[in-house]
Design a protein around this ligand. Sequence first.
Ligand SMILES: [Zn+2]
Length: 334
Amino acid sequence: MGGHSGSAPEDREIRIQAPQLAGRAFPRAAVAVGAGVFAVLVGVVLIVVGLIGSMPTPDRPGSETPTLGHPVTPAVAATAAPADLATATATDSPHAVADDMPPHGRRSAPVEPSPDAVAAGATILRLQRLDLTRYLGSVVKRGDPGAGMVALTFDDGPWRNTRTILRDLTATGSHATFFMIGNRLKGEPELGRAVLAQGSEIGNHTYTHVRMKKMSKSVFDAEVVRTQDVMFSLIGWRPRLVRPMSGSQDVGGVRMAAQAGLVVADWSDHSEDTMGDATVASILRNATFARSGAIILMHEKKKETVEALPAIIAALHKRGLKLVTVSELLDASK
Ligand SMILES: [Zn+2]
């Protein structure tokens, strides 16, 4: 569109009207030269003002002088200076920077990663390296019987028992997989971080604990995809496994999971700990019936399951089975 292009000549005409008004008797050529010189002078002045405005001012409050009791570490000072300069250039006024800043703005101490955060990061890297692509689109119920491994899985957490379970896993050099409910993790994200810090895996157990039978795409997004996003934002981990309530029910859900990059993970052995009359002895018996390659289903909230866990781990170890996460079991399976 050429509508605006006509404004440039108009501007030029307006500028040369000033000398024209001052002396109508001047020849047109002299007026044109005078206007040109005037325009160049204005341009030079603007450039000089611009350079002065963008120059760093060493005595600007808030840039280098730390406030007492709030020491600035070298890392913070190094990042604060360019930020100040960028703001000064953008606003063209050092005072605007000082006025905008809160009393202790940009001087908060750097956050040191905790040992747990470092350990969780290592778990995430370890699990992300595993290749599960060959399982996408199918329902996994067990791993390779020749793997010499089993995978304990704990559903429906996080729960107040999560830390007790982690303690028993750590004491025996074991890892497990926790299929967590999105809206429960939102209430206690620190338990999810603790699971990762221990070296165990977290799977997606939907956002509100629902079945996947005849699930529409919009419900899948609200229950499964949302859980992926919530977990990632809370604990930095995007699960690779999904297990809906009661396990997988139809191919539609499996297909949507595969499109979302998720492997559907059911189980080969049920501890039957959801039965009302389940006891420590019955859970121990059911869980340790498992053979190599098994994926064993248990539930975090069941008191008897937590009580049986040390004996379950001991019995599986006695048979030479290593306790690993579901992803590790699948990765190790041929
Ligand atoms: Zn469940």
